[in-house]
Write a protein that binds this ligand. Sequence first.
Ligand code: FDA
Length: 407
Amino acid sequence: SSSSQASPAGFLQCVTKANISVFEQGEDLFNTQLHKYMRNPKFLANTTERPLYVVMPVNAHHVQVAVRCGSLNGVPIRVRSSGHDYEGLSYRSVHTEGFAMLDMSELRAVVVDNQTSTAWVESGATLGELYYAISKASSLLGFPAGVCPTVGVGGHFSGGGFGKMMRKHGLAIDNIIDAELVDVNGTLLNKTTMGDDVFWAIRGGGGGSFGVVLKWQVRLVTVPATVSVFKVSASNSQGAAVHAVTKWQKVAPALPDELYIRALVQNDMAVFRAVFLGTCDTLLPLVNNCTVEDLPKRTTSKIDSSHGFKATTDYVRRPIRREVWAKIFNKQSKWVRDMYAFMSPYVSSNSMSRGAYINCRDLDLGPNWGPKYFKGNYQRLTKAKAEIDPHNYFRNEQSISLPKGAS
Ligand code: FDA
């Protein structure tokens, strides 16, 4: 709305005056700071639309001032916590739009309270830093969030947070009890002052739409001091992988909630990784009863993550038939977009619009991405957006829009 009056120079002067570190495009350290948490290497390309400035707040006040400087000068802000956005929307834009990037990586404190089994974690912390701090405070507490330790709390919590304890303890957002949010005016709000709609929206409505979440208070969950993990791989040379994943669909949901088995279908392999919240003595009788003989010999496989990537998601709501799994294995070598089309009858499907997970951001979902990520909740998210950011200051290519007819 304000791009016609945008004043990048005014923004720079405003943050500099407040002694906030800022790096300008063209300056030596600009690329160093920008590239630090650019997790999808394909956006290192020169053609990537970069921010005009990288702003590095070191305290809450800096974040408030930077947002005020941005909104007063018509310069939009994109927030980056740890830069894992699949489409890079925390640090690049698809269309030419001068914006500043707020890099949260210096705001990464984790404070665990053993007495109440809760913790406050700042958005710039990674999941690994959160798990580490909890483990130092207690060997009997944990937090149910994602698998990869470098993922940022800021983006991850904003979009849900699936992980290996989800069968037992739900998603990360099911265990968030308070948060601090800087709104478009630079005001610091908590759960009570932001109100129920906004507190609901920031827990799953995706990052980048409502303001800057500074920190989150989480409820920790009780975990046994010893857990068991295993990994089994099945190659499909004699159809073993197809057999194993067909069976896994039936077995995995019927197992006790303490046992989580994830299946990765890669090339001609099915790789099963499991976590059991208990010891081997309890685990072995469970798996001996149902899965172990179905999952052939172990091999190791390596994932090369040094290249850029493109990913997409959907939800499988009914078990997939064996013949289809066989076709899926054949499809693996093809491009992800072919695979996405092929999967259509077997996922969210038919009368329903296809589904997707906001934390696996996918610009290929097209203009109707809202209901794909959020189903019937999308309308409610637009209302929360209107409440907290009525002029759509916080925006990206897939941020929540204002309700139709709003300003
Ligand atoms: P990033 O900083 O790129 O932010 C993502 C989005 O949130 C952007 O729109 C950004 O503007 C916004 N945002 C960031 N910080 C914010 C803040 N403080 N306030 C408001 N908005 C903010 N998911 C999962 O559920 N389980 C898993 O196991 C994994 N594993 C995994 C592994 C790898 C290698 C990748 C690349 C990704 C995953 N993910 C995942 C997906 C991950 O949860 C998702 O990409 C998160 O949004 C990443 O959060 P970051 O803070 O790192 O991203």
